[in-house]
Write a new protein. Structure first.
Length: 120
């Protein structure tokens, strides 16, 4: 049952990631991967909130592992960073790494804090 819930969450998260990524990236003429950056930060915020909220393990599997796992994308982040570096945009590659890690951690912390404040 849990595996099916994870698959259901992923079935929603993956297409949403693609559509959000394309929508954000189409608004920027920069080589910086704003779409991937955005979905990863939003996914980190949501996952932080899920961890801070007392949710049933079934809900955690559906939304945390399934939805957030498919919404966020480490492989695309890695590929885009490598593409930037190989294309000579080393500053943007470094900014992508540092910015993604910092923003993702900050977003997770904010999501966690908000959930704890709302449930506390």
């Amino acid at each position: 049952m849990t595996v099916l819930l994870i698959a259901l969450g992923a079935a929603v998260g993956a297409p949403l990631r693609y559509l959000a990524d394309r929508a954000v990236q189409s608004r920027h003429a920069s080589a910086f991967p704003w779409g991937t950056f955005s979905v990863n930060v939003v996914g980190s915020l949501l996952l932080g909130a899920l961890v801070g909220w007392p949710v049933d393990p079934v809900v955690g599997a559906l939304l945390g592992t399934g939805f957030c796992g498919a919404l966020t994308t480490y492989s695309t982040f890695s590929y885009e960073t490598l593409r930037l570096a190989r294309g000579g945009d080393r500053f943007l590659a470094l900014a992508n790494v540092l910015g993604s890690v910092a923003a993702g951690l900050a977003a997770a912390a904010v999501g966690y804090a908000l959930a704890r404040a709302l449930t506390g």
